[in-house]
Design a protein around this ligand. Sequence first.
Ligand code: CP3
Length: 341
Amino acid sequence: MNNTFLMACRGEKTDYTPVWIMRQAGRYLPEYRKVRQKVDFLTLCKTPELAAEVTLQPVNILKVDAAILFSDILIPVEAMGMKLEFSESKGPILYNPIRDEASLLMLRGLNPEEDVPFVADAIKLVRQQLDVPLIGFSGAPFTLATYMIEGGGTKNFINSKKMMYQNPALFHKLMDRLTEAVIRYVQAQIDAGVDAIQIFDSWVGSLSPLDFNIYALPYVQKIVAAVKTKLPIIYFAFNSSAMLPLVKQSGADVIGLDWRIEAADAVKALGTGCSIQGNMDPCILFGTRTLIKELVSHVLKSCEGARGHIFNLGHGILPETPVDNAVAMVEAVHELSSKVR
Ligand code: CP3
């Protein structure tokens, strides 16, 4: 197996900078759209043969250095008893959002072997056909909690923050339940054969540093402590560059960065106790090949002081992205970083 990605996670020297792309299996690929014509998104997540097929697509097409399991952060939330729907126009919808003690009591504990067996089955199928590491993942408790409290996406997180400020005990109870579920969910993925774990905290950037410290960080620390001894863990806290010293306290092996910070400044804030992942603006992939190569070169140079660097975009690749440009980015990372190192 090509272990470059895992070596960079651990901060070991590599021959070139490994690269993968968040949301690399998705609608920008015609091959993905072809599979999606036949089934809806949730059916795709729950059919191991199809989930495995689309997990492998970007590895073969883009030549990235890691695969990420095709699934969604809301799969375990549905398994805990919430009705989930993906609407083409509105994104995810969770019915009967958690707003009080009674709705919290309706939630079931997660038993991955029984509730989401298709996740382990997909991992086992992918592992048989893959010669790069496979990344498993989960949403972080805070991000999952906001979906469960809001009932879907939100601009200002009013219902979540109302609960935090009006009934903090209830919010913490929900976070405890989610932390337990995430640890079980991640452990099931490890048992099935993933090589690393990424924790997505997409909405934690809505919090002040003070509140991040109270309402999100302790729970991520618990998850990281449970996983870190087993395999590398990446913490991607989107929109959190103003609080990187706190994000670092998660204890994760790798900290994911979005594009709103110069990577060299992030390295200064994070130190050399962790590796970094990122951080090109996904919209650069709408530029010319020359621009893409220039920006890849810039990011590589900006990350030179890091303990280890895994190249990625600063958030998921957008559905409108030309595939050729994604391929050009991966090629540029491999070519330019081989010269640097
Ligand atoms: O990265 C990968 O290739 C692995 C698969 C993956 C998906 N979602 C597939 C997906 C992963 C790791 C996720 C994580 C996820 N899901 C996050 C965290 C990352 C982030 O973007 O911040 C979040 C917030 C979600 C919730 C979610 N799922 C939303 C908001 C949406 C709708 C938005 C959209 O792009 O349509 C989804 C749907 C979703 N998840 C799609 C894919 C490929 C599109 C579904 C389709 O095919 O119609």
